[in-house]
Design a protein around this ligand. Structure first.
Ligand code: SF4
Length: 249
């Protein structure tokens, strides 16, 4: 049974705390604000090894951390001392393995599905480690992403973890994916307002080296004398578009 706390955002019965996978601070901001206003405790988990190059990954990570600290809410990534399994941080090479063979996929194609699943499976596992029984993602707030793909990846991550648990008969709690369209109820407009209020870093491409906007950013940097890894230096690289305008989380 579910109860509705506003016109479009449906809170599952019993949900009071959620591990929120955050792709970036701008996409998190309005969602976190909504959760807090509705008595739900968010814990932010930054897990985005898709982002390239690492400097970009670090910038988005620090902005996400700054956002959480400004609100006094818990934030963690896999390097955080209070993470149950602190480990290896960036992990871009492992992510590349997860999308191997899909480098030439078009926007919203199978590479993005694999990318969503990879990140949400890690989120589901982290939620279980933390004893948080619900997880959600800010990926479901971006109009540049396919919401059905995001939600399918979340449900698949939930099912994968559940099957793994059954196979080893452990006592860890079942975790549930909160499939939600976070563009509703004015959150898209609020996101843009908060982006300005916080002065968040305003990224120009989705994240990985296979997005066409990344190629454009490299070209722009080069025009301004800024060194960056050329597309030709990246193996199996074809520029495809995941995004279509500024502020592309
Ligand atoms: S374009 Fe974005 S969503 Fe698609 S694979 Fe790259 S980083 Fe992931």
């Amino acid at each position: 049974m579910q109860k509705q706390k506003s016109s479009h955002i449906i809170v599952p019965e019993g949900l009071t705390k959620v591990l929120l996978h955050a792709c970036c601070a701008p996409c998190s901001s309005a969602i976190v604000e909504w959760l807090l206003a509705h008595g739900i405790e968010p814990v932010i988990y930054y897990f985005n090894p898709n982002i390239y190059p690492q400097e970009e990954y670090e910038i988005r990570k620090q902005e996400s951390k700054r956002h959480a600290e400004s609100l006094g809410i818990r934030w963690l990534d896999d390097d955080s001392a209070d993470s149950p399994t602190p480990c290896c941080g960036y992990g871009h090479e492992q992510w590349r393995e997860a999308v191997k063979g899909l480098e030439r996929e078009p926007e919203r194609g199978k590479r993005c599905e694999a990318c969503f699943y990879y990140r949400l499976l890690a989120t589901a596992k982290k939620a279980q480690e933390l004893g948080i029984t619900w997880f959600a993602t800010t990926l479901a707030s971006s109009r540049w992403k396919n919401l059905e793909q995001v939600n399918a990846a979340g449900m698949r991550a939930e099912a994968t973890l559940s099957n793994q648990q059954s196979a080893i008969s452990n006592q860890l709690p079942h975790v549930n994916f909160w499939a939600q369209n976070w563009r509703k109820d004015g959150l898209q407009d609020r996101r843009n307002e908060l982006l300005k209020e916080y002065g968040f870093y305003n990224q120009l491409y989705c994240g990985c080296e296979f997005a066409v906007a990344f190629g454009k950013a490299v070209a722009s940097d080069a025009a301004h004398g800024i060194k960056a890894t050329p597309a030709s230096a990246l193996p199996n690289t074809t520029w495809t578009s995941c995004v279509g305008g500024p502020n592309k989380g």
